[in-house]
Design a protein around this ligand. Structure first.
Ligand SMILES: [Fe+2]
Length: 367
C-alpha cells in the first residue's frame, strides 16, 4: 500500500468517525431522543382480546354545557363548516375528567380538533401520554410501527435526513392514501391524539375528511343499499410489508382480518358514517369480485375528490390534533422528503367499540 493510499484510508476513517460522532451528537442533543422509533424483532404480543368500551363522550351528553371546556379559549375557529375546529388558549393537559369527556363528545361531533400551543402537553412525557390516552379507551399497540423503547403503546411516524419513508413513494403516482387507522382490528380506534415532536419548516401537513359528510352526499336509495353491506378489513398486507424487511421489519402480532359494516353508527352522536378505506378494506362480503371492486373504487374516488368536505392541518410546534377515527378518514402529505428535515410524530390510539352497523340487526360474518 502506498503512502498516499494509507493517508487516504486514514483520512476516510477519521471522516467516518467524525460523521458517526456527529450523528450520535445529534441524537444526544435531540430533545426527544428518548422517543425515537425502536424496532425489536424479538418483541411479540398475543392476539388482542375483545373488551367492553364505554365511550367517554357519552358521559358529556348529560352535561348542562358540553362546551364548558372551551369557555376560556382565546380563539375558536371552525376550519370548515362540517369538519374541524381549531382552538387556541385551552391547555389540554389541565382538562380534568369532565373536560376530557366533553372533548371526546366535541371531537365526535366535529370529527377533528386542532389545539395550538400545547408544549406543556407534549413535554409532559410518556407517563402523561399513557394517563391521557387511557381516559378514552384501551390503548392499541401497533403490530408493525416503531415505538419508543419500553413504550409499545405509542405509534411513531418518523423521517429525518438519514431515513426513508415508511412506504415506497416511488411505487405510486400519489402518496395520498385515505384511511381510518388500523381498521382491520375488531375494535378499531375512536378518539385519537397525534402531535409532532419535531416539525419540518414546511410540508408534512395532514388531510382529513368527514366520512359522515361523504355518506350524506350519496342518494337515499344508494345509502339504503350501502347500509345492508359489510366489508373485510385486512392487516395482512401491512404485516407482509414489514416481513419483507421494510419499515423496521417487525411484526409484533399476527395480522388479522375483520368484517365491519360499510355504514357505521357513532355510539354517542348516533351519526352515520361511511366506513371503508383504500388502505385496509379489501372486499365487500357477498358481492361478486367485479361488483365489490367497482363499488369500493367508486367510494374511494368519491372520498378522495370531495375537496369541499376536507380540511388540511398545517402543523406548528406545539400543535396537538385529535380526531375521531369512526367518522373521519385522513391521509399524510408526503412533500417534505427533499428538505432532509426531521418530522417526528407520536400517536396515542385508544380502541373503541366494535363498529355498530347503521342498519340494526345487520349480520357481520366471522372470518
Ligand atoms: Fe393514519
Amino acid at each position: 500500500m502506498s503512502t498516499t493510499e494509507t493517508i487516504n484510508q486514514a483520512s476516510e476513517a477519521v471522516s467516518s468517525l467524525t460523521l458517526k460522532t456527529g450523528e450520535q451528537k445529534d441524537q444526544e442533543e435531540y430533545r426527544y431522543a428518548h422517543l425515537l422509533p425502536h424496532f425489536d424483532p424479538s418483541e411479540k404480543f398475543p392476539a388482542l382480546t375483545p373488551f367492553e368500551h364505554v365511550d367517554p363522550g357519552s358521559r358529556a351528553l348529560k352535561h348542562a354545557d358540553p362546551l364548558a371546556f372551551l369557555k376560556n379559549a382565546a380563539r375558536v375557529v371552525q376550519l370548515t363548516p362540517r369538519l374541524g375546529t381549531e382552538v387556541r388558549g385551552v391547555s389540554l393537559l389541565s382538562l380534568d375528567g369532565d373536560g376530557r369527556d366533553q372533548l371526546a363528545l366535541e371531537v365526535a361531533r366535529r370529527g377533528l380538533m386542532v389545539f395550538r400551543d400545547q408544549h406543556e402537553f407534549i413535554d409532559a412525557g410518556p407517563e402523561s401520554y399513557l394517563e391521557w390516552g387511557r381516559h378514552f379507551g384501551r390503548l392499541h399497540v401497533h403490530p408493525t410501527s416503531g415505538h419508543p423503547k419500553n413504550h409499545p403503546e405509542f405509534h411513531l411516524v418518523y423521517k429525518d435526513a438519514n431515513s426513508t419513508f415508511n412506504f415506497e413513494v416511488d411505487e405510486s403516482i400519489t402518496t395520498t392514501v385515505w384511511h381510518s387507522d388500523v381498521s382491520y382490528e375488531l375494535q378499531p380506534p375512536g378518539l385519537t391524539t397525534f402531535f409532532l415532536l419535531s416539525v419540518p419548516s414546511t410540508g408534512g401537513d395532514t388531510l382529513f375528511t368527514s366520512q359522515a359528510s361523504t355518506l350524506r352526499r350519496l342518494s337515499a336509495p344508494f345509502v339504503a343499499f350501502l347500509r345492508t353491506l359489510s366489508a373485510v378489513h385486512s392487516g395482512v398486507e401491512q404485516a407482509a410489508f414489514s416481513r419483507s424487511g421494510r419499515r423496521g421489519g417487525v411484526v409484533r402480532r399476527e395480522p388479522v382480518e375483520h368484517v365491519h359494516p360499510l355504514v357505521r353508527r357513532h355510539p354517542v352522536t348516533g351519526e352515520e358514517a361511511l366506513y371503508v378505506n383504500r388502505q385496509f378494506t379489501r372486499r365487500i362480503v357477498g358481492l361478486k369480485k367485479e361488483e365489490s371492486e367497482t363499488l369500493l373504487n367508486f367510494l374511494y374516488d368519491h372520498v378522495s375528490k370531495a375537496g369541499d368536505l376536507q380540511a388540511r392541518v398545517k402543523w406548528e410546534p406545539g400543535t396537538v390534533v385529535l380526531w375521531d377515527n369512526r367518522v373521519t378518514a385522513h391521509s399524510a402529505i408526503v412533500d417534505y422528503g427533499e428538505l432532509k428535515e426531521r418530522r417526528h410524530g407520536l400517536r396515542i390510539t385508544p380502541q373503541a367499540e366494535r363498529p355498530i352497523p347503521a342498519l340494526e340487526g345487520l349480520e357481520l360474518p366471522t372470518l
